[in-house]
Design a protein around this ligand. Sequence first.
Ligand SMILES: C[S@@+](CC[C@H](N)C(=O)[O-])C[C@H]1O[C@@H](n2cnc3c(N)ncnc32)[C@H](O)[C@@H]1O
Ligand SMILES: [Zn+2]
Length: 291
Amino acid sequence: MTYYQCPLCATPLTLQPTGKHYACQNQHHFDVAKEGYLNLLPVQHKHSLEPGDSKQMLQARRGFLEAGYYAKMAESVAMMIAAHCPSHQNLRLLDLGCGEGYYSRGLARFMEEQTPVELHGVDIAKFAIAAAAKKQSNARFVVASTSRLPYVDHYFDLVLRVFAPSNALELNRVLKPSGLLLTVTPGPRHLWQLKEFIYTDVKEHTLEPELADGFVRIATERIQYQITPNPEQRLALLQMTPFAWRANVQVQQSIQSLAELTIDVDFNLTLAKRLENSQPISPAAKKEVDE
Ligand SMILES: C[S@@+](CC[C@H](N)C(=O)[O-])C[C@H]1O[C@@H](n2cnc3c(N)ncnc32)[C@H](O)[C@@H]1O
Ligand SMILES: [Zn+2]
């Protein structure tokens, strides 16, 4: 069974007998990196030298996540998946914009007791994927863009998307006809106290974010709690946010200088089902969408 497709000609990719590279019927070759991941982002599809999150952002996220501040949310994600997926079948799961694979590792630990799972992770940042692959040999990681996913049509039972970009056409294409999409987005009060350092008038996020076309919402959950990161971890958290660029040195110093700062975290978990009549997208149509 092949799950990858060639990013250049969209035909299936198969692992060659050497076990060291994949190739398609048109002789396009992709080497397996020493960490075990596959780079399926050809240079002509790259819009910058090092696309995705920078090394600095990745390091900040690694430290913060591994300190366990989002562990409760990760556990709720695993529980929602376990509650809605049949436990007898091999669940094919894709972690979209997986970064260094924090959620994939958590899911593997939780799910192995519940249901057999075949885990895949994709991110456009090569450093993130190399780190993810090093830490989790029981998952398959690839470097690629969410707007051109290198997987064959209708392969996955579930796509997980935690604070990551996505492309509705590609989601519809890679999911099975009744496949599930679990999205984690910021809830209304997410990082409220951190935002107060940056905005004079902090605005709440919407509770029910927009759904990707072709999906219907089947379950939602809001997870809210408070965290008290130390000054260094507060800055790491800031680095992980889309508003980090607004924080000048003065703002960063004020965030660090407080002896204690309690911060609200607030997550929306939205589980949606792919509508059965959503049509797969032909390579020609897909090409038009991408350009
Ligand atoms: C905010 S981070 C979230 C990472 C991880 N899901 C988490 O919550 O820790 C967004 C991730 O999406 C990746 N990313 C950004 N644009 C992407 C794209 N077009 N295709 C694939 N990944 C992308 C970034 O490199 C980064 O790792
Ligand atoms: Zn090819």
